[in-house]
Design a protein around this ligand. Sequence first.
Ligand code: GTP
Length: 355
Amino acid sequence: MEAILLVGGQGTRLRPLTISTPKPLLPTAGVPFLAHQLARAKAAGVKRIVFATSYRAGMFEAAFGDRAYGVDLVYACEDEPLGTGGAIRNAARALTCGSHEPVLVLNGDILSGHDVVSQVALHEKAGAAATLHLTPVEDPSRFGCVPTDGRGRVTAFLEKTPDPVTDQINAGCYVFRRDAIDAIPPGRVVSVERETFPEMIASGAVVMGYVESEYWLDVGTPQAFVQGSRDLVLGRLESSAMPGPPGELLVLEGADVREGAAVGGGTTVGRGAVVEPGATVTGSVLLDGAFVAEGATVRDSVLGHDARVGPGAVLDGVVLGDGAVVGPGNELRGGLRVWPEVELPATAVRFSADA
Ligand code: GTP
């Protein structure tokens, strides 16, 4: 089977991390995020993947070349971003399969433990034009929701509402019959969620919902990104792309966690990163070259490449851009983001995005 991976978005919600690196390439539990998806796609029988690229397109080929994790890779770049549907249509030029064969389409920012093989089997059995993975969530009012009828057919794509009719949401993994992709208008911006699927349903095409509630996470926000990395390190979601066994922490080659430092809760310590004695780091991502000084506390946070946290500083739920510096004694909390190379001097001031 062939697949299309949507990786061209700008990842605005994950700025400033996505200024230098597109979201799908952000190091996640020691490897680029996409590595986990490639390994899963391979396990589901995918042999060839077309990357639908746009933002910082060249970085994908540089990272993965023409084969990785046992899958052949090709690249279809959009001159201008074409949206999710336009990107799928554009990438279809590079597919080699026949018009009735299934094509797997994945958003490039989803961590999912669902059974792709069963999703494809449902698609084939139903003779569907498209089959969507739907996942139940606790608070569906934060998402658009996707109701299905008694036969499992999708009946509508509903916008966000305080009073949703179902807890099922679009989980960002689709199986399309190839000719349904070819029917998307070429060369213009198309949203698969707002245009393609609603039009398919309106025209009477068979669009199936494959409902499964295995582990699922959209890593599009800083909090979710940290959670995804943590869950992989702790083994809450298995991934054969992990560079080591699951555990309390993942320490990459060349990292230096000094004696007397307390590091755990699913933290990743990147290459060349240093955690000094007396520092506490919990459930966080330290990218390559990051530095946490003695007595500092870092919780549920991401430290960009070469970012530095001074002695005694406290970070809780914070993103530090590449090369940012937090001076001694500062306290940063609640979703705060520090832009690359910004220096917060030793003022011992409290900053909070909630304040
Ligand atoms: P935000 O800006 O934070 O919303 O993130 P995003 O740009 O990734 O957008 P979103 O999460 O809605 O995108 C879902 C998936 O589609 C992601 O994997 C994106 O990389 C991808 N994507 C979104 N827009 C485009 C596009 O215009 N072209 C391509 N090739 N992929 C896209």
